[in-house]
Each structure stands twice: as C-alpha cells, then as structure tokens.
Design a protein around this ligand. Structure first.
Ligand code: GDP
Ligand code: MG
Length: 820
C-alpha cells in the first residue's frame, strides 16, 4: 500500500520548493476538481511507494477562502497517512497558528521548520526538542532551498504515517474545554476517536460546513448551543474569536520558551531593501521600471521576433536559417520596390496585356506603347491596415527602371524574373505549410483534405506554437520575480489601489502583458493567489487592446476618422475603464460575493532563486498552455476553416474558392445574426462576418472587411459602409467582446471550469454590446437623429450600470451567509 503524505503550510512557507526537491520530475500537475486551484502530486524520489501532495497555501483551516476549503476537504475527507507541515522559521508566530489546528485533525503530523538557513544566519536559536514536546509531534529543521534535512523530514513523515497519531498537547481555557467535552459527548462520539476533537472544536466555532455535514438533530443543537453561549458569556467574546485568541496566546507562550532572538530589533538586509522598494515615493517608479523591463524583454526584444519567426517562418513561407541571407534578401526586396505594381498600372492604363509566357516580348511592347511624357498615379496598400498610399507623377523612366528590374537576373540580386526569391539567398528553409503542401501535392490529395490539413490543422498548430516563445520568456521572468520575492512587494505596492476596483495588486501584470497579447496575459493571472481576484482578472484582461486589435483600430481610424490618433488613444482608455467598471460591478454580484479574505501580507526575504526551480515553473506553465489551450485553438481554427470555405451554391454544397467568402456558411450565419447589430449601427452581414472571423484571430477583422467591402479600395468601401458613429461602435464592440480563440482557450485553461468560461465570455459579449449600444444611441441623440427604441434600450443599460456601480449593495449583503 502506498503511503500518502500531504504538504501543508502557509503561502510562501516553501512547500513548492520542498515538493520539487523531494519529487523531482516525478510529478503530476493538474487542478483540484472544478476550481482554479492548482493540484500537484508526486512520488518521493528517494523512497519507494510514497505519494506527496502539495496542498494550497493556507493560514488556517477555516472555510473562508477557496484554498482553505480545498486543503481542508482533502485533509478531512481523504485523510492522508501523514501531514508534513512546513513552517516558515522566520515567521513562527503566524505559521504555528495553522500547526495548532493540524495536530487536532488526528492525522500524524511532522513539523518541518523551513528557512533554517536564514534563521541560523541571523544567529537566532530554536530549541526543537522543546517545541516538539509542546506541540506533541516531531519537529525537524530543514532548508528546502539548500535541500538540507529534507530527506530526514520526509522519512520522519513516513515513519509517523506508520506509527502513532499526533496527540494535541494544547488545551483551551476551562469554559471552552467544558463546552468541548459536552459537544464530544453529544454529537461527535460516533466518529473515530482521533477525529473527535477537531470536529468538536469546529462545532464550537459554529463552522457552517461541519454543522451541515454532521446533521445534528435540533434538540441536541439547542443543548450544545446553550453550552457555547455560556462559554461566550463567561469569556465575553464570540466562540470563533475565543478559539483564535487562545491559540495565539498559546503560540506566544510556546515561542517565548523555545525561540531565542539574537538581535531583537535590528534590520536584516532584506528589510533594508524593502525600505526603498516599498517606500511611498520610490515604490511605484521602481515597480514601473521593472515591469517595463519584463514587458520589453518578453514582448518586444525576444517575444516579437520569435513569434514572427514561428508565424511567418516556421509556419509561414519559410525562413533563412540563423538569419543567413536575410539581410541580403531584404536589401533586394527594397531595391525591387514597387516594380510589379508600377508595371501593372502602366499595362492597365495603356491597354497592353502582359503575357507570363513571354515577359520580354510583352514588356517591350508596353515600353513602346507608353509615350515619353506619360505620368500616372499608382496605389499601394499596407498589408496590415489596408491603408492605400498614392504615388503620383510616375513617368516613363520609372517604368523603364521597373522593367529592367523585373527582367534582371543580376548575380546576387534575385533568382529568376520578377520579385526576388528568398530561396536564392543564404540558407533558405521552407516553412512547414510549404513542405506539407508539397507532400500532399505529390500524393494528389483531394482539395478539401488539403485545405483541412493546411488551413485547418497546420494553421491551428502554428497559431498555438506561435505563442510559445514569448510565453516561455514571460513565464521565465515572472517565475524569477516570484521566486526572488519581488512579486509579493508588487502586490503590496499596488494592492490598496486595485483593491478598490475589486482586483488584486497583482492584476496589473496580466493587464500589462495583455497589451502585447491577451493569451500570456491571462496565463500570467496564475501568480494571483486568491481565487476571486484571479477569476476577475481572467475575465477582464482581454479588454485591453492587444497587438492584434491594433490593425483594426488603425484601419478604422484611417478609413473613417482621417487617421486621427485619438481613435487609438481612446481605445486604450475604454479598455482600462472597462476593466475598472467591470471590477466594481462584478464585485457586487453573487458570483464574486462573500467577505473579502483577510489579507495577510507576505514579504519573504529577498534571495537569488535556484535556476532549476525557475525553469521548472516556466516549463510547467508553458506546457499546460500547449496542452489545454492548444486543443481549443485547434478546434476553433478547424471549425472556422470549414464554415468559411464551404457553402451552398447554384451547383450544390461544395468547397469554395478563396474569393467566394460571401457564399460560405459563415456568410449565411453572419446574415442570420446581422440584425442583432442593427441597434449598434452596423447590422450588415459583412460586419457580422468580420466579427465572427475576429474570433479566430483579431487580425482577421481587417482582411475580412477588406475583402467584403471592396478589394483594393478598402478604405473607400469602408467609408461607404459605416458612418463615423457606427464605425466607432463597431470598433468598441470588437475591442471588448469575446477575445480570439487562443485567448478563449487560455481562459478555459485558467478557469478550469466550463461554466466559468462561458460566464466570462458571455459577460464580455454582453458588456461590449451594452457599451457599443450606448455609444451609438447617445451619439445619435447628440446629433439629433435619435432612434426611440434604441435610445430607450441604451438608457436602460446606463441605468443598470449606474445602479450596479453606486446603489447595489454587495452580493453578500442580499443573502446573508451566501458565499459564491
Ligand atoms: P509555497 O508558497 O509554500 O509553495 O512557497 P515556495 O516554495 O514558492 O517558496 C516561497 C519562497 O521562499 C521562494 O522564493 C523560495 O525560493 C523561498 N524559500 C523556500 N525555502 C527556502 C529556504 O529554505 N531558505 C530560503 N532562504 N528561502 C526559501
Ligand atoms: Mg506553492
């Protein structure tokens, strides 16, 4: 039979460090069923048949936070064979509070006093024998970081698991013990003897969950209630506080006798750093600087090139191995310039057709047809934003040069005729889609299968892997900040501010990262300990305009607002305001209700973390993204590929050519839902389809609208299709509504619950709709064109928001005792 050992302790006491040191790579990481709390299990490396579980960090066994409930349910219901209680030796008082509760569970407990390296360095002395005697269980000294004493501690736990139960040595004051004796006799005598004390104390505290579980008959309950009230009268406090206070008094005495401080009151180096880092004036600037550095390294310096390479190179046309040849190719492309566009413009203007089979002949004919004083304007288009640029006054010399560039096979310039060929430079490696495509062609695959494999599966895998490089860099930096102790300071510096909006100080990091990309932003919410804060952050992070939404914003600014910079500034402002408003409103709903967990600030001493641990954390998070989010992304890409490439036509249901998007199932769906957007001012199937393809990747909005609103003259087409007001409403809706498939996958991964994922996505869509509705309807009112039904709806949204923000009491107050 396996021996099961649970690691229990306060947050930041070193559980995970110890867990990793004991289990190495023999671990399984998942989640506790249905919640966002991470569950880790592993097998002891040095001993056969021992399973170790890393419980969430908790301060007590009360049922106030999700972490407490998860840890407590595991201990009470699964009853591991032994508890290895990690105690932060530099913080004995607060850590032993949990210990006094653990020893009452009737499960063998071994206390491992961690951080002994710091304790010894400070010169303080701990008498472990005395402590063991007073607590009634074995006490070991360890340093999880330096791995000293950890094997002995694990062995002690294994031994304890096979031996006698812990005997709680602590007794409460007379009146409490009197009531406890009655409770034990009246309600818990049916339980196994070693568990009776814990249950009795919980009944005394009127612990809801335990009372529910025990199903005490009403008359017995009334009887013990009178005992509890008697104790409360005598000690002049409520039952729960009596127990808490007596535990602290007891711990105070224990520490007094076992722990001898060398220099009481002197500051450690860590405290001195904190004086600067968390100070009123320098705290925020230092924080901003560090965060900027993280953002810059992860998203700009390493993330962007690596992601570009993954998207355009490995999963695109191809790439130059180690950049060999890339610079020469770029130079050639620059020299080649707009050659193709210029030739085409002249060929159209002078009606000379170009024959691809005979480029020399047809180009000579073109040159002959163009008079010396010819001058025309050609257009080029920006790939990302579809902005068109005019090049007036292009004359015959430009054409002559273009023709010679086109025909040139000059050494070192390009391969054959036409545009430079990247393969002609350095070491060119074709991208995976190219290779797979060639493979499929050589075995004559049916077009639909080729499309499914290339545009569905390979593109989907590419989309997942494209995120991985920046994600790993980001996770590495965050894991480092976490492990060296700075992350807790961030929470400390920002918490007071963010708390007001119902968010945690650590929510700032996901939001900042979300400016680059929502996916790592959502994944970064993992560093937030509290479940409610974490969920709130996951739900609101994607309101920030991410990199992929920027082209859409620029397109609308360019096509409708004459390129005004205010459009994108306002988009960031709306994103931030949405986060704050959502925080304030959601805080008052039942789902986020409940008493705020008592906020205990953790400031572990600074130290240089072992790289192995940092890399381990990085890899664990990156891998879980690939696995969980990857599935969602892949499925979405495949679904949208199918919907947009198949449709019913005159010749029946068939696969469509690329230009036939308007015949696709997706277009039909767009047409069917377009009415929904009429109140927002963009109730056209084109806008609806663009919104739908935006759910795969927000960049798609630009290309879809471009295709559907009129080819090269995209901006003119857009200007005809939208009014400024409806265009802005469209922008806001697409900014705030459900994010792309990858981000939805990340939400699914982090929420670890289908219900919460749908709730998050639903909330985002409804919120986006409400805001866009208000913008459009109040805008119309302002310009004197009010639509009465729409205006009434917009006013209703406004009233609901104002009510939620200013008048509604928090969800907990509606229904006393309700906890989401
Ligand atoms: P958990 O929240 O209980 O899982 O704690 P972690 O294992 O994440 O550790 C919290 C912090 O304490 C990390 O920065 C660890 O590197 C650090 N730490 C853990 N054990 C020791 C130790 O024995 N000595 C020192 N100096 N630091 C430690
Ligand atoms: Mg941990």
């Amino acid at each position: 039979m396996d021996i099961r050992i649970a690691l229990a302790g306060n947050p930041n006491s070193g559980k995970t460090t110890l867990f990793n040191a004991l289990t190495g790579s023999n671990q399984y990481v998942g989640n506790w069923p249905g919640v966002t709390v991470e569950k880790k299990e592993g097998r002891l490396r040095q001993r056969e048949g021992v399973t170790v579980t890393d419980l969430p960090g908790i301060y007590s066994l009360s049922p106030y936070t999700l972490e407490e409930v998860v840890a407590r349910n595991y201990l009470v219901n699964e009853r591991p064979d032994a508890i290895l209680n990690i105690v932060d030796g530099t913080n004995l008082e607060r850590n032993l509070y949990l210990t006094t509760q653990l020893v009452e569970l009737g499960i063998p407990v071994v206390v491992a006093i961690n951080m002994m390296d710091i304790v010894s360095r400070s010169g303080d002395q701990l008498n472990t024998e005395d402590l063991a005697r007073q607590l009634g269980c074995r006490v070991m000294e360890i340093s999880a970081l330096k791995t000293t004493g950890i094997l002995e501690a694990a062995d002690a736990a294994v031994e304890a698991a096979q031996g006698a139960k812990a005997v709680p040595m602590h007794t409460f004051s007379g009146p409490v013990e009197h009531a406890l004796a009655h409770i034990e006799e009246a309600v818990v005598h049916g339980l196994p003897e070693e568990q009776q004390r814990w249950y009795a104390i919980k009944v005394f505290e009127r612990d809801e969950k335990v009372l529910e579980q025990l199903q005490i008959p009403p008359e017995t309950l009334a009887h013990i209630e009178s005992d509890i009230e008697a104790a409360e009268r005598e000690l002049d406090d409520d039952a729960e506080s009596i127990i808490t206070n007596e535990r602290y008094v007891y711990i105070g005495q224990v520490i007094q006798s076992c722990y001898h401080k060398k220099n009481a009151g002197r500051m450690s180096p860590s405290d001195r750093i904190d004086q600067v880092v968390t100070s009123r004036w320098l705290g925020l600037p230092i924080f901003a600087l560090i965060m900027f550095a993280v953002y810059w390294i992860a998203m700009v310096a390493v993330g962007a090139p690596a992601t570009d390479w993954a998207n355009n190179g490995l999963f695109g046309k191809g790439y130059h191995l180690f950049g060999n040849g890339a610079a020469q190719y770029e130079a050639a492309v620059e020299r080649y310039g707009d050659t193709d566009v210029i030739i085409r413009a002249f060929s159209e203007a002078y009606g000379v057709a170009l024959d691809p089979a005979d480029p020399e002949g047809s180009l000579t004919a073109l040159l002959a047809a163009v008079p010396d004083d010819a001058s025309l304007t050609y257009l080029t288009q920006d790939e990302e934003t579809l902005a068109t640029e005019e090049h007036p006054g292009t004359g015959r010399e430009d054409l002559t040069e273009a023709v010679s560039l086109y025909l040139s096979t000059e050494a070192g310039f390009k391969g054959e005729r036409g545009a430079p060929d990247p393969a002609a430079y350095g070491t060119w490696v074709p991208g995976i889609p190219v290779l797979v495509g060639q493979g499929l062609d050589s075995i004559r695959t049916a077009p639909w299968l080729r499309g499914l494999i290339l545009d569905g599966i390979v593109a989907g895998v590419g989309a997942v892997l494209g995120f991985v490089p920046q994600m790993l860099v980001l996770f590495f930096l965050l894991a480092f900040l976490e492990a060296c102790g700075y992350m807790s300071r961030i929470a400390f510096v920002l918490d007071r501010l963010f708390r007001r909006f119902g968010l945690s100080g650590k929510s700032f990091i996901p939001m900042l990262i979300g400016v680059g990309c929502g996916v790592p932003g959502i994944m970064a919410s993992r560093t937030i300990e509290n479940e409610r804060d974490r969920r709130m952050t996951i739900m609101t992070t994607t309101f920030i305009p991410c990199g992929a939404k920027v082209p859409m914003i620029s397109m609308i600014a360019g096509a409708i607002f004459g390129g005004s910079p205010w459009v994108s500034t306002s988009a960031y402002f709306i994103g931030m305001a949405s986060i704050i408003l959502s925080g304030l409103m959601l805080k008052k709903t039942r789902r986020f209700a409940g008493t705020a967990s008592p906020f205990v600030m953790e400031l572990p001493p600074y130290h240089w973390p072992p790289m192995r641990n940092v890399l381990h954390t990085m890899w664990e998070r990156g891998w879980s993204f690939i696995k969980k989010a990857g599935t969602v992304i892949l499925l979405c890409t495949m679904a949208v590929w199918f919907l947009s490439r198949f449709g019913f036509t005159d010749t029946g249901f068939r696969m469509l050519a690329e230009e036939e998007l308007h015949r696709s199932i997706l277009a039909a769906v767009g047409g069917a839902v377009a009415w929904l957007f009429i109140p927002l001012g963009f109730g056209t199937w084109q806008a609806a389809v663009a919104t739908l393809t935006g759910l795969v990747a927000k960049e798609n909005i630009v290309s879809t609208l471009g295709t559907l609103c009129g080819g090269t003259g995209a901006y003119a087409g857009l200007a005809a299709a939208f009014t400024p007001l409806s265009a802005y409403a469209f922008l806001v809706f697409n900014l705030l509504c459900a994010p792309c498939a990858a981000a939805m996958g990340a939400i699914r991964r982090e929420m670890n619950s289908a219900g919460w994922t749908w709730f998050a996505i639903g909330y985002q869509c409804v919120f986006a709709y409400g805001v866009a509705l208000m913008i459009r309807q109040f805008g119309l009112l302002f310009t004197g064109q009010a639509e009465i039904p729409g205006l009434i709806a917009a006013l209703a949204v406004l009233v609901i928001m104002v009510f939620m923000l200013f008048f509604k009491k928090s969800g907990g107050a509606d229904k006393p005792g309700a906890r989401a």
